[in-house]
Every structure is written in structure tokens, then in C-alpha cells.
Design a protein around this ligand. Structure first.
Ligand code: EPZ
Length: 419
């Protein structure tokens, strides 16, 4: 079992290169299963969720070769259409294999996905949407059995909410369906654009990705391509929050600033200076942060729910009171009790959290409760005086590649200790 030990109170300063986006890499890895030629993905982050996707692809019969941040997938010999429970449970994104499996194999058997516990995370919209495309689905005894008779058929799907995973699943299922599929109220996240970009490079006909109406004209089959994964906007926001919480200065490189834009207002309100380049973001924090009046999480291009916990860690040391409203997930404040161990002053009432900034945090022992909540604890520990220990870091490893190395390069005293 590994823990992170962090000697906090050091001002972070320096440069960090942002890795490829986890939430792009995962659906794109699932999409490679649909292809009929080799695919090469560049800028793939070294994360346990990426390892889990590779395990699924291999289980399905794909050949996968990984070299550094490049992954080569040869799906031509894939033969399996079942994903066992232990692989499904490793992450939430395993559910997007369903769309790819039913489209390519004509049948699929999977169980329910795992992933961070953020309150109820049903898959009802995924199921209903695939049914609209003609999939016959039977949910029984904890497994989802899916089959089709003939090709799936394009349809118009009106999503009641712009679910990211559901939008991805519809795209994967409909890309080789007969006719045209239209998704209304589709998710607009950059990761959806990346998935569509990858599929179009393989011969798909998808338009409107990034807008709330996406049109998919089914094609007979997909080829392959070489594709570079976009940079991780949440990793970028996390390093910005870490630097800000320590009064530091950080230059993010290899980043796509447009995608990080929804968090800029909060840093500026906190008193940070931002200099935005073509693929860089420079953040310069004041010695003491100001409060941010309100952080309300929203779907893209609103403030991302995935940046809520890291920003909350930062707000614990600001001057004044910051209010958070979490609108996407029902229970995404599990990090709050752990942040309070560092001396943070936070009250939660349903979807609202009120953070009363304190002069300083003290070192503590805490347990990561989920991926972004874990990152929030790292930030609190970096800002706190003394040596902190953070356990349960398998959550953090799901979404932050080379975290210790990158933070060390910024001057943090952080190390991973195996017990
Ligand atoms: C994606 O999860 C991300 N995961 C999450 O990132 C992110 O927090 C989330 O989108 C929102 O931006 C990946 O991309 C792998 P949703 P996803 O479907 O697709 C409800 C991180 O930290 N819903 O947009 O699961 C759901 O319960 C992670 O990197 C249904 O009710 O999110 C939630 O309240 C965590 N029925 C809301 O929609 C469904 O069938 C948004 O979920 C599907 C979703």
C-alpha cells in the first residue's frame, strides 16, 4: 500500500507539461475497437484508468502495444464481445465499450461500471439511447445483455441532460449505423470533440461535436488513424490551484488554454494574474488569495465539476468566504471531511458548501475518497505547514500521471512511500 508524504508550506514555482486528457483517452481507446485497421494514439497519459481500458481491449482480442505515451491498437483480430465484471468495475468509462461492442459484434454482455463514488451514477440514459438505435437490451442479475438484429438504425435522440458518457456511447453505436442519428442536448465537452475528431479521421461522418446538436451519418466501416489526444484541462486546473494555494507561480506548457478558460474567472477573482499563450498558461498568485464569491459547477462551457474539489482546497486558505454549488453530481463533497482534518473550515448543506478561509492549514493524515477529492488533499497538504500523509492514493493514480515528479519539479517536497 502506498501513501504520499508531503512536507508542505513550500511555494510552488516553475514549469509543468500537461499530459493528455484521461477523459479523452478512455472513450477514444474504446472507439479503436470499432476500427478495421491499426490505430495509433499519441499523448496518452500513464494512468491506471488507461491501463484498465487496455486490459479490456486485450480481453476483447485487440493487440495493444504501448511505448511511452504512444499506444498502438490493432483491433483486426478482436473476437470477444463480453467484458467480465472485474474489468467493468475498474472505472466508469468501461460503459462506453457497450456502444462500440453492439455496433461491431452485434451483441454484447457486460456488467455495471465502477468509478468514483459521487452519488448515484445510473446508466439509464445510455441504455435508453442505445435502444432508440435499435439495440435490444436485457438488464438482469447485474449484467447487461445487448444484441441487435441487422444494423443499428439512426434515430433522433433528445437527451434530458447533456450526459458526457451517454453522448459518447451514442456516437460509438451510431457511427456505423444505417442512416442518420441526431443527438439533441448533447454534451459539449472538449473530450467529445476529440472523440469525434478521432472517428472522423478513421472515416466517420460526425458533425456538430462541441455544439449541443451532433449529427452522425452512419458509414459502412471505419479504417484507422494516428491521433493525438488533447491535453487534460482538469490536470491543468489542478496545478493552477496547487500553485495558487501556495502563493506560487507556475507555467503550464502543452496545454489548450481555450478548454481551461471556464476556470480562469475564479483564479482572477482570487487575485491571481494569468498570462495566456498559444499553448501555455502562466499563473502568478498573490501572497494571500481573495475569496471567490461563487463557484457553481455546470456542464461545459460552465465551471467543470471535476475542478470543484481542487478549487475548494485552494479556497480554504483564501481571505473570506467562498460558496460552492455542485449541480452535476449528488454527492461530490466527500473530500470535505478530509479537508477539515487540515484545519479547513467548510460547512455542507446538500449541494452547497461554504468555505470560510483560514489563515493557514496544518499538516494532517487524510484518505483520498475519490480522484479529484484526492487531488484536493494533495493541494491542502502542499499549503499546510508540516508533514502530511495521504492514503488511498489509488484514486489519485486513476487521473494524475507523474504527479509526484511534476510537483517535485515545482519545488514540492512530496514522495510516494510504499508500506
Ligand atoms: C464524465 O462522467 C467524466 N468521466 C467525469 O469525470 C465528469 O465528472 C463527468 O463526465 C461530468 O463532466 C469520464 O469522462 C470518463 P455524465 P460521466 O454522464 O460520463 C447523470 C473525473 O474526475 N446520469 O455527464 O459519467 C449522472 O448521474 C470524472 O475525471 C444519469 O442520470 O458523466 C450525473 O449526475 C469523474 N443517467 C450527470 O448525469 C445516465 O445514464 C452527469 O453525468 C448517465 C448520467
Amino acid at each position: 500500500m502506498a501513501v504520499l508524504t508531503i512536507e508542505g508550506g513550500k511555494r510552488l514555482s516553475g514549469e509543468v507539461e500537461i499530459h493528455g486528457a484521461k477523459n479523452s483517452a478512455l472513450p477514444i481507446l474504446a472507439a479503436t475497437f470499432l476500427c478495421n485497421e491499426k490505430c495509433t494514439l499519441q499523448n496518452c497519459p500513464a494512468l491506471s484508468d488507461v491501463d484498465a481500458s487496455i486490459k479490456i481491449l486485450k480481453h476483447l482480442g485487440c493487440k495493444v502495444v504501448r511505448e511511452g505515451d504512444q499506444i498502438e491498437i490493432d483491433p483486426t483480430a478482436a473476437h470477444n464481445c463480453t467484458i467480465p465484471d472485474e474489468l467493468m468495475r475498474e472505472m466508469r468509462s468501461s460503459i462506453v465499450f457497450l456502444g462500440a461492442l453492439i455496433a461491431k459484434c452485434g451483441k454484447a454482455r457486460i456488467s455495471y461500471p465502477g468509478g468514483c463514488e459521487l452519488g448515484p451514477r445510473p446508466v439509464d440514459l445510455h441504455i435508453l439511447s442505445l435502444q432508440k438505435l435499435g439495440a435490444l437490451i436485457d438488464e438482469r442479475f447485474g449484467s447487461i445483455r445487448c444484441r441487435r438484429v441487422g444494423r443499428l438504425c439512426g434515430n433522433t435522440i433528445n437527451l434530458p441532460l447533456p450526459s458526457v458518457g451517454t453522448t459518447e456511447n451514442i456516437i460509438l453505436a451510431s457511427v456505423t449505423a444505417r442512416g442518420i442519428t441526431k443527438i439533441h442536448n448533447a454534451a459539449r465537452e472538449p473530450e467529445i470533440m476529440d472523440l469525434a475528431g478521432f472517428l472522423n479521421a478513421c472515416g466517420a461522418k460526425i458533425s456538430g461535436a462541441g455544439d449541443s446538436v451532433i449529427t452522425i451519418e452512419g458509414v459502412e466501416k471505419l479504417g484507422g488513424c494516428t491521433h493525438r489526444i488533447i491535453s487534460d484541462r482538469i490536470e491543468a486546473a489542478t496545478y493552477m490551484a496547487a500553485a495558487a494555494a501556495t502563493g506560487g507561480e507556475v507555467l503550464l506548457k502543452k496545454v489548450q488554454p481555450d478548454y481551461v478558460e471556464p476556470v480562469f474567472y475564479a483564479f482572477r477573482e482570487a487575485g491571481c494574474e494569468l498570462e495566456i499563450g498559444a499553448d501555455t498558461i502562466l499563473l502568478r498568485a498573490p501572497a494571500r488569495l481573495n475569496r471567490i464569491k461563487l463557484i457553481r459547477t455546470q456542464v461545459y462551457p460552465g465551471f467543470p465539476t471535476d475542478a470543484q474539489a481542487p478549487m475548494m482546497a485552494m479556497a480554504t486558505v483564501a481571505r473570506g468566504t467562498t460558496m460552492f454549488i455542485e449541480t452535476i453530481f449528488q454527492n461530490r463533497y466527500r473530500h470535505v471531511d478530509e479537508l477539515c482534518r487540515f484545519g479547513a473550515n467548510i460547512k455542507v448543506e446538500e449541494r452547497v458548501a461554504i468555505v470560510e478561509g483560514v489563515d493557514s492549514l496544518y499538516a494532517a493524515e487524510a484518505q483520498a475518497t475519490d480522484l479529484r477529492g484526492g487531488a484536493a488533499l494533495v493541494i491542502a497538504a502542499l499549503a499546510a505547514h508540516g508533514e502530511s500523509k495521504i492514503g488511498n492514493i489509488r484514486h489519485i493514480d486513476r487521473g494524475y500521471a507523474e504527479l509526484e515528479t511534476d510537483l517535485q519539479a515545482l519545488g514540492a517536497h512530496i514522495k510516494r512511500v510504499d508500506y
